[in-house]
Design a protein around this ligand. Sequence first.
Ligand code: ADP
Ligand code: MG
Length: 158
Amino acid sequence: SAETSAVRTVRLESPDATHRLGVRLGELLEPGDFVGLIGDLGAGKTHLVRGVAEGAKVPRSEVASPTFAIVYPYAGRIPLYHADLYRLTDYDDLYATGFLDLEGTDSAMLVEWLDKIPQAAPRDYLRVTLKHTGGDARDLMAEAFGARPAALLEAWMP
Ligand code: ADP
Ligand code: MG
């Protein structure tokens, strides 16, 4: 991947803080943006994505619908795909989902468990890592790889 050009860290003291940060990211996303989400089960990846979807004006009903799909399409202000690689083991698995055909197009991608299949990431992307730090607190680290992700990060967390 491209060299890391920017890093931000923030302590999120509550689910609501995480949600609000997600909403702000959702307001900034543009077609072609790729956000990888890393962190243990319960770290808050999906919670953050719900905020992103709200910020991107995805109807709430779409996000709430439970499904076992690997890739969820959301129609918001821009087309958005929310993928969860948790149940995949290798690149062939990912190929089979059709996910790779969606990359680099007119959509923004939000990908949980990117660390399971790191090759899923394009050269330029924003990597967000969430960690439990006791109770309802989470530490979020965001790393931008490439110029557009750095600009996105700068706008998201000035
Ligand atoms: P993941 O997708 O990383 O497995 P989820 O977002 O599904 O995690 O679940 C996170 C859980 O942790 C939710 O039940 C959420 O309410 C809770 N939670 C507690 N504190 C926070 C926080 N600061 N940020 C995000 N989620 C939090
Ligand atoms: Mg999740």
